[in-house]
Design a binder for this molecule. Structure first.
Ligand code: NAP
Length: 530
């Protein structure tokens, strides 16, 4: 595979090298070996030109396509990425990902494209816009009706993405943007920008998307935020701190630029009082926790950070989770038998160590050593390796509910009674997802009623569905991804609703004749744009 010493950006349908020198650019290191993978900078890039190209050149062509033609583009893009996914798997090892982790990111991204294509064909008409619902009579007569039109906005989507899903995140956002008729400008996070760069090469080399549908700026886009306009969307994924600073950016505020934030959150799983240690449901709970801690080395925004258990079952839970963690082989993600690779960088490793120490101040470390780890086929110091870290903490302390160790770490918190458990869950101040595990319908119903407002998604596992669950940490296209409060207050996916939310919804007051004409299904002709 070709190394990319100075990562290029893809602007106005051309690969562009920044004007930075290696000294002024950021060096990105291999998570396993510490070697330099590439350098990243946006110095000298014409981002304003790229925005203009998206809005002026491709926007009109995309908006002219019907929902079904846009869906065809997604299917063809999914096929193109699938055909070259081995290249992305191989490159993912440099970010510390095992093959399983890479599949989560890459195959997950391909699935979202396909899923959205199928949904658009099944649920949206073959026209470029949607006349929503049934028209309402607004006057005594029959000729003055009210309805909503959902039409593509003449803007672009600026995707500012986090490092942990360099393939899934741009594809998931691209799927919704293309269906909504918006061109995308992707800004990947620096530590894994080389993976998104390779994805963009695969997609653009396939020549499927109309020119300008997908552009990419590598490096900082801070000054580009001043270039966003009223019809654009800023779709952000990353930390709560960055989300807060973008939300109050003066240009975004002044122009009411649409802003969606998917931020970090301190997600919880709650073991209900009726689940007995040693039961199959208890074992499923333990497996779910360990899977969340180890898949992608715990670097998932949805990963379980807080494990709430009834006080009577605390010791059993700590023993069972520790025993399962002890069987996890850590090391070079390319080596046989390795279940968990490295976190993305040495800085990230230091952040996790620090976060775990803060949480453990009110309790103790039960499993793992933040400073030492045994690894297979790798150098534990040069690579960003971490042991799996299980903490037992005072449930009423602040840190377990506030600090997100973005790595293979989680904290067990013992609750006194249901009211205490509900209070503790809410102390995360809003999360992407929470799980409850139990068979007691009355208890789970109460949990759902009381805690739903704090979470974007609730994953409710019982003895009947425990072998079928898609898992606590997997966002699904059919369901909302996004959570209140600390999780950013945003919303993505949720089926075609997520697409329509990226478009402009305008109330129409008109005659039935006009509404029928707007609803008329498009007939394809050979003159249609691709
Ligand atoms: P981050 O530091 O907030 O960075 C996220 C993105 O924002 C990066 O592309 C970064 O670029 C960019 N950025 C940072 N400051 C900016 C500014 N002032 N203006 C414009 N762009 C700016 O987060 P991260 O470390 O990449 O990702 C890890 C975090 O993301 C975790 O906390 C995780 O929970 C969260 N996350 C949430 C979700 C979700 O769906 N809710 C998904 C994944 C991750 P540079 O890299 O160039 O600085």
């Amino acid at each position: 595979m070709q190394p990319y010493p100075m990562l290029q950006s893809y602007l106005q349908d051309t690969w562009v090298t920044p004007t930075a020198t290696h000294a002024s650019a950021v060096a990105v290191r291999d998570a396993v070996t510490g070697e330099t993978v590439c350098h990243v900078s946006s110095e000298g890039l014409d981002v304003a030109g790229a925005f203009d190209h998206g809005r002026r050149v491709v926007g009109p062509a995309l908006r002219a396509l019907t929902f079904h033609r846009r869906a065809d583009l997604l299917d063809a893009t999914a096929a193109a990425v699938r055909a070259r996914r081995e290249e992305l798997y191989a490159l993912s090892t440099r970010a510390g990902a095992t093959l399983n982790d890479a599949r989560y990111d890459i195959d997950g991204g391909i699935r979202v494209l396909r899923d959205y294509a199928a949904r658009a064909r099944a649920e949206l008409p073959d026209v470029p816009h949607l006349v929503e619902g049934t028209a309402e009579r607004l006057a005594r007569g029959e000729d003055f009706l009210g309805v909503h039109l959902v039409a593509p906005a003449p803007g672009l989507m600026l995707q500012v993405n986090a490092f942990n899903f360099p393939v899934w995140a741009p594809l998931e956002k691209l799927a919704q943007a293309v269906l909504a008729g918006l061109p995308s400008v992707v800004k990947p996070a620096t530590p894994t920008a080389y993976l998104t760069e390779h994805l963009v090469r695969i997609v653009t080399e396939a020549g499927i998307l109309p020119p300008g549908t997908l552009q990419m700026v590598v490096g900082s886009v801070r000054s580009a935020l001043d270039l966003l306009r009223e019809q654009d969307v800023l779709s952000f994924t990353g930390s709560a701190v960055t989300a807060a600073s973008l939300r109050t950016h003066p240009n975004l505020v002044a122009r009411s630029v649409r802003f969606n934030a998917e931020a970090d959150s301190v997600n919880a799983i709650v073991l209900a009082p009726d689940v007995q240690p040693g039961s199959p449901l208890f074992e499923a709970f333990v497996r779910e926790v360990v899977s969340e801690m180890t898949v992608k080395a715990g670097q998932k925004c949805t990963a379980i950070r807080r494990i709430l258990v009834p006080r009577a079952h605390e010791a059993a839970a700590l023993d069972a989770i520790s025993a399962e963690l002890a069987g996890v082989t850590i090391g070079n993600p390319a080596s046989e038998g390795v279940r968990m690779g490295a976190v993305v960088s040495l800085d990230q490793r230091d952040d996790v160590r620090q976060a775990v120490r803060r949480i453990a101040e009110s309790g103790r470390l039960v499993h793992g050593d933040p400073d030492k780890v045994r690894v297979v086929d790798a150098d534990a110091e040069r690579g960003a390796f971490l042991d799996t870290l299980l903490v037992s903490a005072d449930p009423d302390a602040a840190a377990p509910h506030e600090v997100e160790p973005f790595g293979p770490a989680a904290t067990v918190l013992a609750y006194r009674d249901t009211a205490h458990a509900l209070d503790l869950v809410a102390r995360g101040r809003g999360s992407l997802v929470a799980s409850a595990v139990g068979d007691d319908l009355a208890w789970t119903s109460l949990f759902v009623r009381e805690s739903a407002p704090w979470h974007g998604r609730l994953h409710l596992m019982d003895s009947a569905n425990m072998t079928q669950t898609t898992g606590h940490g997997s966002p699904l296209p059919a369901l909302r991804h996004g959570g209140p409060g600390r999780a950013g207050g945003g919303s993505e996916m949720a089926g075609v609703r997520g697409v329509l939310d990226l478009m402009q919804r305008t109330a129409l007051q008109a005659s039935p004749r006009l509404l029928d004409s707007l609803r008329a299904t498009h007939t394809r002709s050979s003159a249609d744009p691709v």
